[in-house]
Design a protein around this ligand. Structure first.
Ligand code: HEM
Length: 107
């Protein structure tokens, strides 16, 4: 359903901005069957509230604290392989470089 071209324009294209166009209106708590990131019904993810509170904090802290690279001499390959959930064809190797010392000073 989340890949149905009748519900989504170019559903297989990575377009995170599609969610920003109607930010605030995107329903993800199991009532909009076009978009079920946490599932639906009796087995819906019980961690939604925690995820809502933590995800922005965790992702922004990782982006703020580290510069992210891929190993030298490699290229980024975002192709997927078929499965129950999409997995990367080639595993992503991300190399974090700390921006701050343990005392909090910019390196
Ligand atoms: C962005 C974060 C998360 C996403 C996208 C996510 C997504 C999902 C999905 C799709 C399911 C299956 C629902 C279904 O079968 O209909 C699930 C189940 C579950 N999730 Fe999450 N989840 C997230 C975070 C969390 C967190 C933070 C916790 C706990 C602290 C959690 C605990 C669980 C548990 C225990 C289940 C099994 C529920 C059951 O089978 O009855 N999840 N989650």
């Amino acid at each position: 359903m989340q890949r149905d071209p009748e519900a989504w324009d170019n559903p297989l294209e990575f377009q995170p901005e599609r969610f920003m166009r109607d930010a605030g209106k995107v329903e993800y708590k199991g009532n909009n069957y076009n978009f079920l990131p946490f599932g639906s019904g009796r087995r819906i993810c019980p961690g939604i509230s925690l995820a809502e509170k933590m995800i922005l904090y965790v992702v922004s802290t990782l982006l703020h604290s580290f510069e992210w690279n891929i190993p030298h001499g490699t290229t980024l390959d975002l192709s997927e392989k078929f499965g129950l959930v999409p997995k990367m064809q080639e595993p992503l190797i991300a190399v974090p470089i700390a921006k701050y010392s343990s005392s909090g000073h910019y390196l």
